[in-house]
Design a protein around this ligand. Sequence first.
Ligand code: CTP
Ligand code: CA
Length: 221
Amino acid sequence: CIAKEQPQLLAGKTITITAGPTREAIDPVRFISNHSSGKMGYALAEAALLLGAKVNLISGPVTIKAPTGVNLINIESAEQLLNESLNYAPRSDAFIGCAAVADYRAATVAAQKMKKQGDELTLTLVKNPDVIAHVANLQQNRPYTVGFAAETQNVANYAKGKLKNKNLDMICANDVSQSDLGFNADNNALTLYWHNEQLELPTNSKTAIALTVIQQLAQRI
Ligand code: CTP
Ligand code: CA
């Protein structure tokens, strides 16, 4: 049970959080996406609100409701996510990239519904921009930047690599090799990494995990 009255550690702070999947159009009726439910990002938004922050929640398409009081910005594609992130991040004290951004999008989006043709279809995909790396490399008004890393193997090494290579301040590593944790689940277990420190958060509800992540963040901004 999360106590309703939390010390207002984030009073006067603005936190921008990305959540959910992105959708990359193939034609007017089809897209590439992933199973992200948005639950973790929405739980982070709720926790930041509880601690008194002003919260911008930039969200891909999800079925859950945004917490009352957030500024919800709906996006679909990674390119839209990048535009909104670069709009809000420089006006934020912290930026948390929890969205499951599609790594690739279709090189061309068909203007009309594609017709079925041969027995095989090859789609050419091109790499999407790395949203959080753009934010973390802002030259002016760079917010404290927190990433997520969902991994099925070598979790610590991959997460620490992303912390460094993307120029982040903190990363939340998620071992998604167990299907009841992480993607689309109600529970999660994370390891938080900074450049010189780490903290294990054992399995708990996404609500409880989110509160701890936000409390850790609040101590550092
Ligand atoms: N991320 C992003 N833009 C992308 C891809 C990822 O902002 N195009 C962010 C995610 O929101 C997350 C972090 O980068 O905070 C790590 O995402 P992840 O998919 O684990 O890392 P990638 O760099 O895409 O590497 P890979 O998928 O190959 O493991
Ligand atoms: Ca990826």
